[in-house]
Design a protein around this ligand. Structure first.
Ligand SMILES: *Cc1c(COP(=O)(O)O)cnc(C)c1O
Length: 363
């Protein structure tokens, strides 16, 4: 028998969340973002759940090829484009669209021995986030050089928001990013390209954006892209991380629990030991008080997270015993609440679910 920890993937929830992205997107098509093994949910399950999507977007070339091998024949896009010239034969052979975000990539394309197969390029604008993309003033030069490459067809202008969850951030408001994008777009004159701007936060929170393609990630998996609860957007958890109690300790006032004796009981307590630790992807930075469900009852973490175990307060969980079900996050316990208590975001928890945790699928 494997250890009792599992991550159940709720396919119907993923499909439901996709429908919400579609609804908010209006007429826009949807790239379902499946990078990082579909935010930890398993690429094959995501491919199944998002069968209706217009395209799948990710950053890993090898996983893009896997999607073709799984029979996905609609568009695939590499959000960061290719990394090395040696990626280009695969890109061409499998008809994988690429983002192009820097002149170095253009130079590699110019020098490559490309076949005749068309590579669709999504030209990326740096709207002030200063991570990937061309400055608006460089867009015409980038566009012209790409157009001069026989096998390349520029199909889209894309941009990524730094603050879609915080529209009026004074350092870079959404409106300022949109203004810079419009400068880039206008610099191409009559050229008409498709447009892709929104991530989940922009899709859910900014209803005025008009675009051809939305790039939805976290919302598809039931995580919130902002400080609002995912449920407030009608999103359902895509994953439930479950385990079991493997031991119970009865302790007295003054007794300490776990490494560093971080938690000290102020009264007699029952401590449940759960088969789940940081080597499963549970965040080591989780503080005492981080929520946990034991036998459906909400209780909390007490003591430091170990590699393979956590300790939880089951004093008031009357029927807690060895073998009782523990939910770490998912149905009944939003992942964002656990993430908050660990000083991180739901994205990181999903993506960090370890290889040794078996993914099981449920409808
Ligand atoms: C990951 C990613 C997205 C999806 O972002 P979410 O916040 O998860 O919706 C969109 N666009 C790009 C370029 C990305 O890298």
């Amino acid at each position: 028998m494997p250890r009792p920890i599992t991550a159940t993937i709720h396919l119907s929830a993923l499909t439901h969340n996709y429908a919400i992205a579609r609804q908010h997107g209006g007429a826009a098509k949807i790239w379902a973002v499946v990078k990082a093994n579909a935010y930890g949910h398993g690429l094959a399950f995501a491919r199944q759940a998002f069968d209706g999507a217009d395209g799948l977007a990710l950053v890993e070339v090898d996983y893009a090829v896997k999607l073709r091998e799984m029979g996905w024949n609609k568009p695939i896009m590499l959000l960061e484009g290719f990394f090395h010239a040696s990626d280009l034969p695969l890109v061409q052979q499998h008809q994988i669209d690429i983002a192009v975000h820097c002149f170095e990539q253009i130079e590699l394309l110019e020098k490559a021995n490309l076949s005749a197969d068309v590579i669709k390029v999504h030209l990326k604008v740096n709207g002030g986030m200063n991570r990937l993309g061309f400055q608006p003033a460089d867009i015409p030069a980038a566009y012209q050089r790409l157009c001069a490459i026989q096998a390349v067809r520029v199909v889209e202008l894309m941009m990524h928001f730094a603050n879609a969850d915080d529209e009026f951030n004074p350092r870079l408001p959404v409106a300022e990013q949109l203004r810079r994008f419009e400068v880039a777009q206008a610099s191409l004159g009559e050229v008409k390209l498709e447009i892709s701007l929104s991530n989940s936060a922009a899709n859910l929170l900014n209803t005025s954006i008009r675009e051809s393609w939305v790039r939805a990630g976290i919302m598809l998996y039931g995580g919130s892209p902002s400080s609002a609860a995912a449920a407030d957007f009608g999103l359902l958890p895509g994953m439930t991380l479950r385990s079991e109690l493997i031991a119970i300790q009865e302790i007295q006032a003054g007794d300490a629990v776990g490494y560093g004796s971080r938690f000290v009981a102020s009264k007699p307590m029952r401590i449940g030991v759960v088969a789940c630790g940081y080597a499963d992807g549970y965040p080591r930075h989780a503080v005492d008080g981080t929520p946990v469900l034991v036998s459906g009852v909400r209780t909390c973490l007490v003591g430091r997270v170990s590699m393979d175990m956590i300790t939880v307060d089951v004093t008031d969980v009357a029927d807690a015993r060895v073998g009782s079900e523990v939910v770490l996050w998912g149905r009944g316990l939003p992942i964002d609440e656990v993430a908050f208590a660990a000083g991180t975001i739901g994205y990181e928890l999903m993506c960090a679910v370890a290889q040794r945790v078996q993914l099981i699928v449920e409808d």
